[in-house]
Write a protein that binds this ligand. Structure first.
Ligand code: DAH
Length: 349
């Protein structure tokens, strides 16, 4: 077969098929489709013959053949609609809505988010509101306003990520090393009394191990009102711990130092695993788990925020969220919380 023969055959198929289509009723359309467009249909076979033509000719003839294929398919659709055959097709392949769908994995919140939410919920029940602060913080909010002396070792390059930029007043900018600057921002922008918690990411130049990371999360809380004392702090933290870990939870305070509180305390909760019974790898047999730093807000901090320290006093606390997540979910190594291995995450939902 030469080019002209092929073209003549194509023309014949075109004329034949289009005139046949006009006379075909709904019942005959499937057969029509098989006859021309099916795997062994006339047009399909003619297109297959192209393999014997030289490449250049094949290209031209192929385009003509494919154009007819498109034309015929479109005409077939029109005819199906005219004769109502489309509706018959639909009926045949009716959609069965009762068939079960394919299961697909449903996402969920990360355990750290769940823990932070739980902690915030606990304090919201006690009347605290939620605040937020920037991750890139001014030296003033992160250190100075929190009563850190200018030569305090916490400002050292060793444990602080400084940023190569200055704030509007030429002060240093850094990745916040704790959530305590939110206290200052909240106090400076609002009038007392204030009860605020804030959860978020903090950054320190730490080597990574099972209980340290250079990025981790803290929950900060503070309360400023008239006559707030250590007793209010103790009651609040105890109520929070009982809500989170159960009514048997007890808290213990031991003296500690943070520049922005006086007195300062390290707060521990009775071990949620062994309940103080002895050889426990988590509390190392002490019966207590150190969970947060806290204290009565230093008058210098109160004054620096523009409040009269004779009138207003407050307490503050800061906790590592990872530590709470590890206790709530029984996780031994905090790196598990960052690796985002679904096999692990699925187990701690
Ligand atoms: N900011 C402290 C830290 O990161 C934790 C802390 C201790 C926060 C005592 C407080 C507090 O609000 O009163 O180590």
């Amino acid at each position: 077969m030469n080019q002209d023969d092929w073209k003549a055959r194509l023309a014949l198929i075109r004329d034949g098929s289009l005139s046949a289509l006009g006379k075909t009723d709904a019942a005959g359309l499937a057969e029509f489709e098989t006859h021309y467009l099916g795997r062994k249909g006339e047009l399909t076979l003619l297109l297959r013959d192209l393999k014997d033509f030289p490449v250049e000719e094949r290209k031209i003839l192929g385009a003509l053949g494919n154009a007819l294929k498109t034309e015929l398919s479109a005409a077939l659709d029109v005819r199906k609609a005219e004769t109502g055959a489309g509706a018959a097709d639909l009926k045949k392949s009716r959609l069965d809505l009762t068939l079960a769908g394919y299961p697909f994995p449903q996402g969920s919140l990360h355990p750290l988010t769940v823990t932070a939410n739980k902690m915030c919920d606990g304090f919201q029940k006690l009347g605290f509101s939620i605040a937020d602060g920037p991750l890139i913080e001014e030296d003033y909010f992160n250190f100075e306003a929190l009563n850190f002396a200018p030569d305090h070792p916490a400002r050292d390059m060793q444990d602080t990520f400084y940023v190569d930029l200055k704030d509007a007043k030429g002060g240093d900018l850094l990745l916040r090393t704790h959530t305590s600057p939110v206290q200052i921002r909240a106090m400076k922008s609002q009038e007392p009394p204030l009860r605020v918690v804030s959860a978020g990411r903090v950054f320190r130049s730490e080597a990574v191990d099972a209980s340290h990371s250079f990025v981790f999360h803290q929950l900060e809380g503070f309360y400023v009102d008239r006559n707030v004392t250590m007793a209010d702090l103790k009651w609040t933290l105890e109520a929070f711990m009982k809500d989170l870990f159960g009514s048997q939870a007890k808290v213990s305070f031991s003296p500690s130092f943070f520049p922005f509180v006086e007195p300062g305390a390290q707060v521990a909760v009775s071990c949620v695993f062994c309940k103080g019974s002895g050889a426990c790898p988590v509390c190392k047999g002490t019966g207590w788990l150190e969970l947060l730093g806290a204290g009565v807000i230093h008058p210098n901090v109160i004054k620096g925020c523009g409040y009269d320290p004779e009138k207003w006093s407050g307490f503050a606390f800061g906790a590592g969220i990872e530590r709470f997540a590890m206790l709530l979910y029984g996780i031994r190594d905090m790196r598990m919380l960052y690796e985002n291995d679904l096999r692990i995450l699925k187990q701690i939902q």
